[in-house]
Design a protein around this ligand. Structure first.
Ligand code: SF4
Length: 426
């Protein structure tokens, strides 16, 4: 496995460093080793334990000072318990929240897209029943209103499916649907035609055969459903097989698990991801700052420690995050979790999603209200996803272009000219 670094010290014995003999080989740069070998937490990220594992253990809050809190105590810290005890019925949710008539009415009609929420995320809502995040997972009967142009497959993914569970829309990358299960069902999901339907048929050998014989594919997005809800063994198997294909340079995992099920980021999972870290990227689905609890922050920081770049994807949602202040707080908090805000999506034309949809003007207004007013790293790209892929929305920075002269407008509305070099030559 290549760790992507130069000038590394590679060792498999205790001669070079005073640690118990390891079954695994491991690598660490001179600089990193000399700086952190005595650090009680960081050295766990590169020195093996007495069983030869790179431990990467970090209990909730242990590197963030005394503050330790979890919305769900005891058993709630077990991700299997969280999934087993997820809330899926009107009867169960009514024990926890006082539902509105619109919310109750959802359960009385025939549901296309099932309701599911983890006890952990429900606790976040219970702390503040008026929080905007309630609307993202607690359904209401507005979902039954279908508007013109809406579809159960708004991005035309079915027509871009080259073999079952593999979507190819771009020249050099594919999206692999590894499961149809999510630990919580977002009400605006663009894959609600698949998620939670329990009809998933595994064809991973066929997928591998396709990928092995298509050397133009350099980037695989492992998505779903949520692939992080797969067992450790299954995830390890999938990642190891993808990792072994030489022309696959990038493996991206798309997930909402650190947000709705942060307990899933276990030491064992971190050890698995660590094996593939140099090809891995993780994109996490956040919608609101209220989702960033200490548990979620810790889950992200543990992943970031592996050296895996973290990005976020956010859907612009009416009544949830469709204002500048809310979005700014979200993107600023994401950076503190080592997550780079990558995309702000215009809400897809998913069937029954009109109550979530804003105008594109609203999205432009929000991006303009962030860009320049806070760190550039915080500013996501605003895109409309379509049958033809993601299309970035121009926020009007180029005011005019004439004879090689650009009139550009900055975040404060001030205008300046940029003249292309060849004009000066003439
Ligand atoms: S996590 Fe993603 S795939 Fe799962 S329900 Fe939410 S939007 Fe859909």
């Amino acid at each position: 496995m290549n760790d992507g670094t130069k000038n590394t010290v590679q060792t498999t014995s205790s001669e070079e460093i005073e640690e118990p003999p390891s079954k695994l080989s491991y690598k660490v740069t001179d600089y990193y080793y000399s700086r952190f070998k005595d650090h009680p937490q960081i050295n766990k990220t590169f020195l093996p334990d007495d069983r030869g594992n790179i431990v990467l253990s970090c209990e909730s809050g242990d590197h963030l000072g005394e503050e330790k809190q979890s919305p769900v105590e005891n058993l709630g810290n077990d991700w299997h318990w969280q999934i087993k005890n997820s809330i899926t019925t009107l009867e169960d949710i009514s024990k926890h929240l006082v539902l509105t008539d619109e919310e109750k009415n959802f359960f009385k009609s025939k549901q296309q897209f099932k309701f599911r929420i983890t006890p952990y995320y429900l606790d976040l809502i219970k702390k503040n029943p008026n929080s905007p995040i309630r609307k993202s997972l607690i359904p209401n009967n507005a979902e039954f209103n279908i508007s013109n142009g809406e579809s159960i497959d708004p991005l035309g993914e079915d027509s871009d499916t080259c073999i079952p569970n593999l979507i190819k829309r771009y020249p050099d990358r594919v999206l692999y649907i590894a499961t149809d299960f999510c630990s919580a069902n977002c009400r605006y999901c663009c894959r609600s035609r698949l998620v939670g339907h329990e009809k998933y048929k595994d064809n991973f050998p066929e997928i591998l055969e396709y990928l092995n014989t298509h050397s133009e594919i350099r980037d695989v997005i492992v998505s779903g459903g949520d692939p992080m809800t797969l067992s450790d063994k299954r995830l390890d198997f999938i990642l190891s097989r993808l990792y072994a294909i030489p022309h696959i340079q990038i493996i991206r995992i798309g997930t909402k698990v650190p947000v709705v099920l942060p307990q899933r980021i276990t030491t064992n999972l971190l050890n698995i991801l660590n094996k593939f870290w140099d090809k891995l990227f993780i994109n996490i689905h956040f919608i609101h700052e209220d989702e960033i609890s200490l548990d979620t922050k810790n889950a992200c920081l543990k992943l970031a420690r592996l050296g895996i770049p973290l990005g976020s994807q956010t859907v612009l949602l009416k009544g949830i995050n469709d204002n500048i202040e809310s979005m700014k707080k979200l993107v600023q908090k994401l950076l503190s979790c080592k997550v780079i805000p990558r995309y702000l999506y215009q809400m897809d034309k998913i069937q029954g999603g009109d109550h979530f949809r804003t105008s594109i003007e609203k999205g432009i207004e929000i991006i303009k209200g962030i860009q320049g007013f806070t760190s550039g790293m915080c500013c996501p790209k605003y895109v409309v996803d379509s049958h033809y892929g993601k299309i970035p929305i121009d926020i009007g920075s180029v005011r005019k272009k004439e004879n090689g002269v650009y009139v550009l407008r900055n975040y404060e509305g001030k205008e300046t000219e940029y003249r292309e070099w060849f004009l000066r030559q003439g």
